[in-house]
Ligand binder design. Structure first.
Ligand SMILES: Nc1ncnc2c1ncn2[C@@H]1O[C@H](COP(=O)(O)OP(=O)(O)OP(=O)(O)O)[C@@H](O)[C@H]1O
Ligand SMILES: [Mg+2]
Length: 305
């Protein structure tokens, strides 16, 4: 399988060109997955950039992005294909009206690809107009149930799908597969074994600062340093839900909209809702705790330079 990248460094550059700031471990896992044609399994907390990797890959490699959003009860008719009953019925009515009621030929007619609704897994096996096989994003796999996982395992094993009325459809070139999970439950070992696995962690301060630069150019350096310092400290607190990168970016945007050039306790209190999404967490941080964390951040930054 030919892919655009030929080294870990190139993979890092590719992601950077799509404004995605990866660390070396992630770039290595992605590089190996691309080179060896194996799915990449990304697990991590909410908002750390799992889904975004697939989107950035599609953009930078000029591939079609096929996204399968998983949820409880996801079944073959939503994930793979289903017959367009309404159109089939119409076809039957038309055949009846024209007096053409040869049953066998009618059955052949209506179980024809024209009446097939292609869902993401099937779409991912078909050639696309882009530069190569599509990127198949199987997002939040932990939300589905085990029977679907078992089905997925089969598809990932040989990239083919059998439709009883039509036959077997096999990908000429397998798609690039990215699977994500928030780890609300463990995914079966059999799936993980087929993939390269990478735990996407919260970024360190240096990387988080670069993420702000990449995503929201023009943020004053002093402000972004304080934002990152504060968020990093929040992640060490005992909270129900820690802020992800998505929250850091939301907060930055809010502060920019309010024309703030640096953090102060009042502004933090007023905007905490962009960072923390549970009232208990907000109540815990608001006020003196926020002021204490901010003082620490400012002291650390002053000491650093
Ligand atoms: N390393 C990164 N470089 C650039 N942007 C990032 C990075 N990590 C996260 N982001 C940004 O953070 C936001 C959230 O990322 P994303 O939606 O991929 O998170 P997620 O891990 O899929 O979260 P969830 O589990 O809630 O679905 C996106 O807008 C993305 O642009
Ligand atoms: Mg996601």
């Amino acid at each position: 399988m030919t892919n655009a990248v030929t080294s870990v460094d190139q993979t890092l550059e590719l992601l950077t060109s799509g404004n995605y700031v990866a660390d070396r471990a992630l770039a290595t896992a992605l590089y190996l997955a691309l080179r060896l044609g194996r799915p990449l399994f990304l697990e991590g907390e909410a908002g750390v950039g799992k889904t975004e990797i697939a989107k950035v890959l599609a953009t930078t490699l000029h591939r079609k992005l096929v996204r399968l959003q998983c949820y409880e009860g996801l079944d073959v008719s939503s994930a793979v294909y289903e017959w367009n009953y309404a159109r089939q019925m119409l076809e039957i009515r038309l055949a009846e009206a024209s007096g053409d009621s040869d049953r066998d030929s009618l059955a052949q007619d209506i179980f024809n690809e024209r009446f097939l609704i292609r869902r993401p897994l099937l779409q991912a096996l078909e050639p696309s107009a882009g530069a190569g096989p599509p990127i198949l994003l199987i997002d939040e796999l932990d939300r589905t149930d085990e029977p679907f996982e078992a089905y997925l395992l089969e598809v990932l094993a040989d990239f083919q799908i059998t439709i009883p009325e039509i036959g077997t459809i096999k990908a000429e070139q397998p798609p690039i597969v990215i699977i994500t999970s928030n780890r609300t439950r463990e995914i079966h070992d059999a799936i993980k074994r087929r993939c390269f696995y990478h735990w996407v962690d919260y970024p360190n301060a240096e990387r988080e600062t670069r993420i702000i630069e990449a995503r929201l150019p023009g943020v004053p350096e002093r402000l972004s340093e304080q934002i990152v310092g504060f968020v990093q400290k929040l992640r060490a607190e005992d909270l129900f839900k820690l802020p992800g990168v998505a929250e850091t970016l939301d907060w930055t945007q809010a502060l920019m909209t309010l024309d703030r050039l640096e953090l102060d306790p009042q502004t933090i209190n007023d905007t905490l809702g962009t960072l923390l999404k549970y009232q208990d967490d907000i109540a815990k941080i608001q006020g003196s705790e926020a002021a204490r964390l901010l003082a620490e951040v400012k002291r650390d930054l002053a000491a650093a330079g």
